[in-house]
Write a protein that binds this ligand. Structure first.
Ligand SMILES: [Ca+2]
Ligand SMILES: [Ca+2]
Length: 339
């Protein structure tokens, strides 16, 4: 009889455990499987259509749940949407605005799942917006103007044309699409440097100006600008700089770099005053030096002679006195001994 009673007790314990444990099992909170710590980034191209699914949010839960976007950074754009699918939740692009990488290149989302009793936050999901070539090249100047002398040589540099656009790696190339009469100029397609190609065409009288149309293309779209090239006569041909001055053409005029001692627009003026003053000062310095020699040396010499004469004279007098003293001394001594 004891054995059946023991079995009944075991059954009662198990039944109690099930009754107690069942509510706990139903309270298992929702848990995200995507995004997760190992899968928390995704990407999509810019200009993708509105209301397009770009990511699946996945989670496990013992109860029916609801998932929302907890935060979206930056939040300045129209909000992304989260719509329930058959087995997951779909992250959709904003409803009324297309994504633009040049405006916002990255978003970060955090999702919140709740089953009515408990809630769970996901790890952050990073969405990178991929670039498309959707910006047209823009020139750095509205127009360009350059000058070339009729004495120019092939390869002479004139100016550089530059354009850029906001896309990643724009890969802009340049070309002349009009106005290059006689194939006179050359444009580097990669650097935009414009150089002289055919010098023999340059004539400031018959063709004082070339008006080129230059195109900058990114392979998808392009833009154009106007480049004006003025052809002028070389003002240094007549050698306007004198006295060894170096001439540099400057548009319709010229500049002279004068050598030392000359000045003026054409270096024709000799800077004599300064030289003369310097020479005069130097001459005066030499004269003063010579004058000092002529005056001081004779004085010193004369002084030496006088001193020598005085010394000789004094020496002679001293000898005379000494002789007298010797004679007088001898007399005095004799007189003293006799006493
Ligand atoms: Ca572009
Ligand atoms: Ca772009």
């Amino acid at each position: 009889m004891g054995y059946p009673l023991c079995l009944m007790n075991i059954i009662r314990v198990i039944a109690s455990w099930v009754l107690i444990a069942s509510p706990l099992l139903s309270d298992v909170p929702p848990a995200f499987t995507q995004p997760s710590s190992r899968d928390q980034s995704t990407s999509c191209r810019e200009n993708i259509n509105e209301n397009t699914s770009i990511y699946e949010v996945k989670l496990v839960s013992s109860l029916e749940n609801n998932v929302t976007i907890q935060t979206q950074q930056p939040s300045s754009l129209h909000p992304f949407q989260l719509i329930k699918g058959s087995y997951n939740w779909n992250l959709l692009t904003p409803a009324f605005v297309k994504l633009d990488r040049e405006t916002t290149s990255q978003f970060i989302f955090v999702f919140n799942a709740t089953d009515g009793k408990q809630s769970e936050l996901s790890v952050g999901l990073t969405l990178d917006i991929l670039d498309e070539n959707d910006n047209t090249p823009q020139f750095t100047k509205s127009s360009y103007t350059g000058t070339i002398y009729n004495t120019g040589n092939a390869g002479d540099y004139i100016l550089t044309i530059q354009a850029d656009d906001k896309d990643l790696n724009p890969n802009i190339t340049y070309s002349i699409t009009g106005g290059d009469v006689g194939n006179t100029f050359s444009l580097d397609q990669y650097t935009g440097q414009l150089t002289l190609k055919t010098p023999g065409n340059l004539d400031p009288v018959t063709t004082p100006t070339y008006t080129l149309t230059v195109q900058a293309s990114d392979g998808n779209t392009f833009n154009t600008t106007t480049v004006t090239i003025n052809v002028v006569g070389d003002t240094c041909v007549s050698k306007p700089c004198t006295n060894g001055g170096t001439c540099t053409s400057a548009g319709i005029t010229f500049r002279c770099l004068c050598v030392s001692g000359t000045t003026g627009n054409t270096c024709s003026q000799i800077v004599a005053t300064t030289v003369s003053q310097n020479e005069t000062q130097e001459q005066e310095r030499k004269t003063d030096s010579l004058l000092a020699v002529y005056i001081v040396v004779p004085i010193l010499a004369l002084s030496g002679i006088v001193i020598a004469a005085i010394a000789i004279y004094k020496h002679k007098n001293d000898n005379t006195v000494d002789d007298d003293n010797v004679q007088n001394g001898q007399a005095t001594n004799v007189l003293t001994v006799d006493k």
